[in-house]
Design a protein around this ligand. Structure first.
Ligand SMILES: [Zn+2]
Length: 53
């Protein structure tokens, strides 16, 4: 059995770790959310605190 370990990182919204997915292979660096639901929540938070950058 090959020892291939997929990367994972915590969702910035819910804090749960989520694993690399094929659909993110080109965009993994930019993926912050585990789900669309969290992405929507994250976008809302980002709008609320609009002081980065
Ligand atoms: Zn999440």
């Amino acid at each position: 059995m090959p020892n291939k370990q997929l990367p994972s990182k915590p969702c910035v919204v819910c804090g749960r770790p989520f694993s690399w997915r094929k659909k993110w292979e080109r965009d993994w660096e930019n993926v912050k959310y585990c789900s669309k639901k969290c992405a929507a929540e994250g976008a809302r938070q980002a709008r609320a605190e609009k002081r980065k950058i």
